[in-house]
Design a protein around this ligand. Structure first.
Ligand SMILES: O=C1NC(=O)NC(C(=O)O)N1
Length: 310
């Protein structure tokens, strides 16, 4: 039976799977379900300094190929998730905490408090929420991204990671990686967040399917897989001293396999977890093991990051 165990930042994990921030991780009951499920790690919903209701509903819609969402960062506020982080059983699995402050100052306030808190939680700095009306994604403003990371790295004393939007231009992969490589404290890069500001239209009602922003929202699911794999592999090639966490388009063991092949150390599940719940994890692990058995791989490192080119 192939061995799915792995490690991340010197922590042992039962397997490389975890939820994507925002899915099944907003309140304690969901977080407890993730702590008990088969996933090797877990991350909290991106939090802002204060509690937020988020955007008006309907703000999420599943489609045959994935999903569109404009949640607008609804969350219980930083203290709620910091309290959960204090109570989490780290022997069971690592916990990541996603921060998405609406301003640099808010992020610095949260990071300063996280620094003081005695907890082994791993910080994932979300630079890529596409759904807060009027707020451009920091990940698409390289000067702002450099400033945010510089200030936050200064204010925080531990390794952390960043959640990036998808990039679509080689020059942008180069520029983003150059910024990240200037900060050894950035231990990992999570690629990708949803593809921002897509538009799903119902042909029968001739209407958009979500209320916020005239129906514009982040796209997840099957359609984003090639872009997710490209971003994972682009940063895997450009940031040899950092780990890459893959996110986007995972609905079966095959896509987990592809993310790992492209260079991901861990793989996050979003849309399909939203639809299927935490029982998706045993299914994905079984499917991944079947693929590894068929290919004669005994462990993840037998193929991780070993994508071939022609
Ligand atoms: O970073 C985020 N990405 C998304 O696709 N949606 C959520 C949100 O809107 O809260 N945040």
């Amino acid at each position: 039976m192939p061995d799915l165990r792995t490690e991340f930042l010197d922590l042992p994990l039962a397997n490389p799977l975890m939820n994507a921030s925002g899915v099944w991780c907003s309140v304690a009951s969901q977080l407890e379900a993730l702590a008990e499920c088969a996933a090797g790690a877990m991350v909290t919903k991106s939090c802002t300094l204060a509690q937020r209701d988020g955007n008006p509903e309907p703000r999420y819609r599943a489609t045959p190929w994935g999903s569109i969402n404009s949640m607008g960062l609804p969350n219980e506020g930083f203290p709620y998730y910091l309290n959960y982080a204090r109570c989490h059983d780290y022997e069971r699995k690592p916990l990541f905490m996603s921060l998405a402050g609406l301003t640099l100052d808010d992020n610095l306030t949260m990071v300063a408090e996280l620094r003081e808190a005695v907890t082994p939680v791993i910080m994932e700095l979300n630079l890529s929420c596409p759904n807060v009306p009027g707020k451009a994604q920091v990940g698409y403003d390289f000067e702002a991204m450099d400033t945010f990371i510089h200030e936050i790295a200064d204010a925080y004393d531990r390794p952390f990671g960043v959640k990036l939007p998808p990039y679509f231009d080689i020059a942008h992969f180069d520029e983003a990686a150059a910024i990240l490589n200037a900060y050894p404290q950035i231990a990992f890069v999570t690629c990708i967040n949803s593809i921002g500001n897509g538009l799903v239209i119902d042909p029968v009602s001739e209407t958009v399917v979500i209320r916020p922003k005239d129906g514009f929202g982040g796209i997840g699911g099957d359609f984003v897989l090639p872009t997710a794999l490209a971003n994972v592999n682009a940063f895997f090639r450009r940031c040899p001293d950092k780990k890459i966490i893959g996110c986007g388009g995972v609905r079966s063991g095959e896509q987990v396999f592809l993310h790992l092949l492209a260079g991901a150390a861990l793989v996050q599940v979003g849309t399909q977890l939203f639809e299927e719940g935490p029982l998706i994890f045993p299914r994905l692990l079984e499917e991944l093991q079947a693929i590894m058995t068929a290919k004669g791989y005994d462990r993840i490192t037998d193929f991780q990051g070993k994508l071939k080119t022609l």
